[in-house]
Design a protein around this ligand. Structure first.
Ligand code: FE2
Length: 429
């Protein structure tokens, strides 16, 4: 007797007609034709059943603060940072928690069940850290929230950041952050990378830095990040977030850099929605796209994931917690329109992001926690194309969110019709 059977599923690897049996919160079997009884049975009816979406780069402390205390008029990164600085003195514990929990509700409804959030530690009160630790505990039953100690105003550049980062880690923040391109000099930036990797090695923690979020082709902190990763034996546990300067770098230099990143097994995290809007702001025409070299890094064997970064905050007034929107923007900006390219972008918001976060037991396989999303789509490509409805979201074998299928009843002259967007398949694949 199983607790749940999701039957007739199409999996992300293309297997069709699969039944997923769940017992005691874990996946017990994935095979066709499971006839054993179950407390609950959901007919997936050929729909895609995916592991949950994962957002490996977000700012939970700033989310849903759009308009507080005013809008970002220029839309630039620097006005966003200044605006966040204006907002910080007005933040309260309860306000931070309330906005974060509301965002997590939205995330769960979209099948997004794991988030890595950077938390600004620049304010010595560490109000944001206390609030996000509170949120991490409250959402634990249904969402994996990892926190990064993020010195938004610079590790060396901001008074008190060195001590605040240490205190944040002592309080239980999970990951060491940084922002080397925002330090006063390139030398300070490189020194911050070295210092922060040393702290991570000493504490046995992962690293995730905002790194080279710049259009300056000579912003090369990713090189130092890779070298320090190898020096401290942190391979696979260090993420470079944004890496937008790579878009503008000399290609010959990149031909040396990518193997160095590969040697360090650096986790690459691009944030397509944010960087397509923030980068290239100083350009005339042509304007640079400001996304790191996603297809080239994937082809070189690096793990590349996409993050949402921001939703309705000082830096980005849009966003909806929908990782399919993130994947769609990533593939457009990276021109990854081949069938394999689109599938790779689905991976960038699921399995690759889970790997970047170091999640274990991720994926629809026996023995793993029974987390999954049933989508109104037949495959990952269609899921991205349609921003497919998340019909059901399952966490630990329990259905925690359900959304009706999207269907339209048309009343056209001489042509009554029903439109299910998932019924428009390509003629071949
Ligand atoms: Fe960020």
């Amino acid at each position: 007797m199983f607790d749940l059977i999701v039957s007739g599923a199409t999996l992300t690897d293309g297997r069709r007609g699969m039944d997923i049996a769940v017992l005691d919160g874990k996946i017990a079997a994935v095979e066709p034709g499971i006839t054993a009884p179950a407390t609950r049975r959901i007919d997936a009816a050929g729909h895609l059943v995916s592991p949950p979406f994962v957002d490996c780069h977000f700012h939970m402390d700033a989310t849903l603060s759009l308009g507080m205390p005013r809008m970002n008029q220029s839309g630039t990164l620097l006005e966003g940072i200044a605006l966040w600085g204006e907002l910080k003195p007005q933040l309260t514990h309860d306000g931070l928690v309330e906005r974060a929990l509301r965002y997590c509700d939205l995330a769960v409804s979209q099948g997004l069940l794991a988030i890595r959030s950077h938390v600004d530690i620049s304010d010595p009160r560490l109000l944001t850290v206390e609030a996000m630790l509170d949120v991490r505990e409250r959402v634990k039953p249904y969402l994996d929230l990892q926190l990064v100690a993020f010195p938004q105003d610079g590790y060396f550049r901001s008074d008190g950041a060195i001590a605040a980062l240490t205190r944040a880690l002592d309080m239980g923040v999970d990951v060491v952050g940084g922002i080397p391109h925002f330090e006063r000099t390139m030398a300070d930036g490189a020194a911050s990378v070295a210092a922060l990797c040393r702290i991570a090695a000493e504490r046995g923690l992962p690293v995730d830095m905002h790194c080279d979020e710049s259009d300056d082709p000579l912003s090369r902190h990713v090189e130092t990040l890779a070298a320090e990763t190898v020096r401290h034996g942190l391979q696979g546990r260090v993420a470079g977030s944004h890496l937008t300067s790579m878009h503008s770098m000399d290609t010959y230099y990149v031909s040396k850099l990518i193997p160095l990143m590969h040697e360090a097994d650096l986790q690459v995290i691009a944030n397509p929605l944010i960087n397509i809007t923030l980068q290239g702001r100083h350009d005339g025409y042509p304007k640079r796209r400001g996304q790191t070299r996603v297809p080239e890094l994937m082809a070189a064997g690096l793990n590349v994931a996409f993050g949402h970064d921001c939703v309705m905050d000082p830096w980005y007034s849009l966003g909806s917690g929908d990782m399919l929107e993130v994947a769609s923007m990533g593939l457009h900006v990276g021109q990854m329109t081949s069938r394999d390219g689109i599938r790779a972008c689905f991976d960038a918001v699921t399995v690759n992001a889970a790997r970047a976060m170091g999640l274990t037991e991720y994926g629809i396989a026996p023995g793993h926690r029974a987390d999954m999303v049933i989508l109104q789509a037949t495959d990952p490509i269609e899921a991205i194309r349609l921003r497919a409805t998340r019909l059901a979201v399952v966490r630990g074998g329990t259905v925690i969110s359900e959304t009706p299928a999207r269907r339209s009843a048309l009343s056209l002259p001489g042509r009554p019709a029903t439109v299910d967007p998932a019924e428009y398949a390509p003629k071949s694949d």
